[in-house]
Design a protein. Structure first.
Length: 424
């Protein structure tokens, strides 16, 4: 599928999807491999296994044993990293043009022929257990988990990415390999290559490497749509100095044209210092130290969220004020000036998000793996089409009740009087 004159998307015979972008502006290449497996794919019995597998793929493969992968990347002046999310796991290497062929071969090998050495599994077991301990000591991480579990009751988005210590302590090598073989199949993979390349040669190389991965049986898809929920506020105490809150509501899926309105609407509500929430709650009422809002696009039911920090005594006032701003837009809408500023800023941010080869490879893979590849070519025009009425209708549809009240859920961390947290 031709996306524009420099970007091509092709599907290999085994079902693996490839996105290639040629840009000869500098002699660099970024290669990103996305596997559609993350926290949403995990049952209680394998909670955190997507993240654990991510760690283990760097511990050696058939043709690149032990730490030869990382050494090869460093010797070529490159950078390698990986990440696990709710919906995908990503492995990427940024390197010199001359190392592109080796980079693709290495990434194909670790995602096709990992060794899973028993001794390395035990070492990484300890590393991941330490990460889990730090996760639950970090107020930001705890707050995010609270918030997602407040919003999502039925769908798999309620699952934690980091998983549980119980699973990581006890999971066997055989179970890890079984999980890998279940999800690391070409039909669930996307490879994005961006940089100073010959597209035809890259296609041939990808066929010779990633194209050799055998097809698998696609596992049952998790539930990623969430029914409408009743607004709820969940409060916990932690070692924090101030109050920290995530508030929000359920939004559209990536296939909905409403995702463009969601970005504009949340920018107007809390995306800048000129936004409704910042102007009213921070500059006007002085109720918060900081406040911002955004929308997170995912394959299923999306999340509109508002992050704030404030004096604990202001909790009730802050919640009421946030609800009041949403209700004001539902009732009175926004101004053309607000819409103009939001569109201009969003388009600027979008262009900056695609400034480097690495960012472009990541974004191409991300949108494709969550089922929104058309967003890459339609985003700016989609933003431009949004009207004043669209923004008002968005809040009424997703954040309002039939009577016009706001339906905002919140997760709040309050000080437990044990003193300051080292994480703040």
């Amino acid at each position: 599928m031709k996306m524009n004159k420099n970007i091509n998307k092709v599907v290999l015979k085994n079902g693996l999807q490839v996105i290639i972008e040629k840009d000869a502006s500098c002699p660099l290449v970024s290669v990103a491999v996305f596997v559609r497996v993350g926290a949403v794919d995990e049952s209680v019995e394998v909670s955190g296994l997507s993240h654990f597998v991510e760690h283990l793929l760097f511990k050696g493969s058939k043709n690149f044993p032990q730490d030869s992968l990382s050494r090869n990347v460093e010797n070529s002046g490159g950078y390698i990293n990986a990440a696990t999310s709710k919906e995908y796991t990503c492995y990427y290497i940024n390197t010199q043009k001359s190392a592109c062929t080796d980079t693709i071969k290495m990434l194909a090998d670790i995602t096709q022929n990992p060794n899973f050495p028993a001794d390395e599994i035990e070492k990484e077991r300890g590393v991941v257990l330490e990460e889990i301990a730090r996760h639950f000591d970090d107020p930001h991480s705890v707050l995010f988990d609270m918030f997602t579990q407040t919003l999502y009751k039925k769908s798999a988005y309620k699952n934690s990415i980091i998983g549980t210590a119980k699973v990581i302590k006890n999971v066997s090598r055989e179970k890890i390999i079984e999980y890998f073989k279940t999800h690391y199949i070409p039909q669930k993979m996307t490879v994005a290559v961006v940089g100073d390349i010959n597209p035809q040669k890259i296609k041939e190389l990808l066929n010779q490497t990633f194209g050799k991965i055998s097809k698998g049986i696609i596992p049952k898809s998790p539930q990623i749509t969430e029914p409408k929920t009743t607004p709820k506020t969940l409060t916990k105490k932690a070692r924090v100095e101030h109050a920290y809150m995530l508030s929000g509501f359920l939004g559209p899926c990536v296939q909905s044209p409403d995702i463009y309105t969601a970005d504009v609407a949340m920018y107007i509500l809390g995306g800048s210092r000129a936004s409704r929430l910042y102007s009213r709650l921070r500059d006007g009422l002085r109720l918060v130290y900081s406040i911002s809002g955004s929308f997170m696009s995912v394959k299923g039911t999306g999340t509109a969220y508002i992050s704030s920090a404030f004096n604990p005594k202001n909790k009730t006032k802050v919640i009421k004020a946030i609800n009041a701003e949403v209700e004001n837009i539902i009732k009175n809408g926004i101004t053309p000036e607000e819409l103009f500023r939001a569109k201009l800023s969003i388009k600027t941010d979008w262009n900056f998000l695609h400034e480097t080869f690495s960012e472009r490879a990541y974004n191409a893979g991300y949108w494709n793996v969550i089922g929104g590849s058309s967003v890459l070519t339609n985003y700016l025009s989609g933003i431009e089409r949004i009207s004043v009425g669209d923004v008002k209708a968005f809040f009424k549809k997703y954040a309002g009740t039939p009577k016009g009240a706001a339906k905002i859920s919140s997760a709040v961390l309050l000080p437990d009087n044990r003193g300051k947290s080292g994480n703040f």
